[in-house]
Design a protein around this ligand. Structure first.
Ligand code: GLY
Ligand code: MN
Ligand code: MN
Length: 515
């Protein structure tokens, strides 16, 4: 509650501001980012023939607790709602009148005791000023306000569609009284997902910031790593760096910090294998972590030797992956097929592996039997934005998911266009069961050099993952040149880091119990 003159006696940091930031050292985001997104959606819907009486209705995310307990999960906004409106709290709805572009938000009417436990209750007027919409009303007024917006014969357009990465269905708006409205849930999803594929200048700015925060945090990890540390301690360095220095409270996905053989597990680091191994002196490390800022994520992988000096084998595999990465970066531009880029990555990697004596024979023939998928069973990369694997990969009008191994893991088969943001993340892994399958398949086995394959079992793998935006004539690496990528650059950074002191963990519960 405010004091009598309605001035808050204890304002929060961003109260009164029509922007978001996490302090002056972080990126300031104007709410015009969302105005622009709504305008683009409005235009698309108008082009589909929508207009008078058509209203888009999105529902934001809800509060949740940890299972049946009352500990709150830190709330993260539903991405479609965030994209359109920017409200960061739970329990909201947003409406957009297609004909006029009028935007109305609905916030929950909070009980007085909210102020005791959760802090000052903002007024709709404050929210209107902060979020730069036409109006903010309470959720309990939603049916009346929407009726006024649609008129008697108009239609609410709600979001219903399946995410082609997770297979899950989107959150579709519902409220008491919606059954009295005409509702169309067949049109909005593909139109808004298509809008999300193309990032605006303001969105690219946010993604660039998140990417650079991550890049710096990865560099910090490379400087501070010492064999003998736990993988999770390096995860902690990344989290500390990106939150303390970059204001990034969240990461876009579970942190993958695989050392040694764990570097061959594509999505290592989950609850069953929580980055718990002790990093060995001669290990390769594959750390895939991406800080998230204002809901927009980054997704970066750095691979490097734990002791700071690449062995010959590590160099061979690393340079094979780097060759693929560089070739793809040089080739991407509007009009290029992402599937072709995946193919190019395979070819480049196989050429380098042949030079290194890991595979043998004719590379064209290797391509015919899809040998690349033995070493890189995942897709070359994916759209990235509010979701790490961002939406719009397989909308109806675009090429369907390819079927061959590796290619079928691509999260989109689209042709690249300006302002798409993607990851480029070739990798080369030595995964026992895939090697066994290939050795048992005469078509593929003829190209494998058995002694080399045996030598690399247990090696782990290398992934190099960068975040890029497609430009008019090529691409921009969102990290600029802030990530060391060549063997020499990595070794130089790590050598520098080895001159610095690192904190040795102090508190040890077991020691205390033993005393
Ligand atoms: N970090 C998950 C991915 O690279 O797609
Ligand atoms: Mn990725
Ligand atoms: Mn990744």
């Amino acid at each position: 509650m405010a004091a009598k003159d309605n001035k808050p006696t204890c304002p929060s940091y961003n109260d009164g501001a029509a922007y978001f930031d996490m302090g002056e050292h972080t990126l300031r985001i104007p709410m015009s980012l969302h105005t622009e997104n709504r305008r683009r959606l409005q235009e698309r819907l108008k082009a589909r023939g929508l207009g008078g009486g058509d209203v888009v209705l999105l529902q934001g995310g809800s509060d949740s607790t940890r299972y049946s307990g009352d500990a709150d999960n830190v709330f993260q906004q539903e991405p479609y709602f965030h994209w359109a409106f920017g409200a960061l709290e739970p329990g909201w709805y947003g409406a957009l009148d297609v004909a006029s572009g009028r935007a109305v938000l609905f916030c929950p009417r909070l009980p007085e005791e909210y102020a005791t436990w959760m802090g000052r209750i903002r007024t709709p007027q404050e929210y209107r000023q902060r979020l730069q919409v036409d109006e903010v009303r309470y959720v309990d007024e939603i049916a009346d306000v929407l009726r006024e917006m649609t008129g008697q014969a108009g239609t609410l357009h709600t979001l219903r569609g399946v995410n082609t990465d997770s297979g899950k269905t989107t959150l579709e708006a519902a409220f008491d009284g919606i059954s009295r409205f005409n509702v169309n849930n067949t049109l909005l999803h593909d139109e808004i997902a298509e809008c999300r594929v193309y990032k605006t200048k303001a969105e690219i700015e946010v993604l660039r910031f998140a990417t650079r925060v991550s890049a710096a945090a990865h560099c910090s990890v490379m400087r501070k790593i010492r064999p003998g540390m736990k993988e999770y301690q390096l995860e902690a360095i990344f989290q500390y760096h990106s939150y303390y220095h970059g204001g990034c409270r969240h990461q876009g996905y579970t942190n993958i910090c695989g050392s040694g053989c764990n570097a061959a597990t594509l999505h290592y680091g989950h609850a069953g294998d929580p980055n718990l191994r002790t990093v060995g002196e001669t290990d390769i490390c594959l750390f895939d972590m991406g800080a998230e800022y204002y809901g927009y994520t980054s997704d970066i992988t750095c691979s490097f030797p734990a002791n700071g000096k690449f062995s010959n084998d590590q160099k061979l595999i690393y340079n094979a992956v780097l060759k693929a990465s560089k070739a793809v970066m040089a080739a991407v531009r509007p009009g290029v097929s992402w599937v072709e880029m995946h193919r190019l990555a395979y070819r480049m990697m196989l050429e380098a592996l042949k030079e290194g004596g890991v595979v043998q024979g004719d590379v064209d023939k290797m391509m015919e039997v899809n040998l690349g998928s033995v070493f890189m069973p995942h897709g070359l990369g994916h759209l990235m934005g509010l979701d790490v694997h961002d939406v719009g990969g397989y909308l109806e009008q675009y090429p369907p998911r390819p079927t061959p191994a590796g290619f079928r893991s691509l999260r989109t088969a689209r042709t690249l266009e300006e302002n798409m943001v993607l990851t480029i993340e070739p990798g080369c892994y030595f995964i026992d069961h895939l090697l066994d399958q290939a050795l048992a398949n005469p078509e593929q086995a003829q190209f494998l050099v058995p002694e080399a394959i045996a030598r690399f079992r247990g090696f782990g793998g290398v992934r190099i993952e960068d975040d890029i935006v497609i430009t008019a004539d090529g691409m921009e690496d969102l990290a600029g040149d802030t990530i060391p990528r060549t063997v020499e650059e990595i070794e130089a950074l790590m050598a520098e880091g080895q001159q610095e002191e690192v904190l040795v963990p102090q508190l040890h519960a077991q020691q205390k119990l033993d005393q």
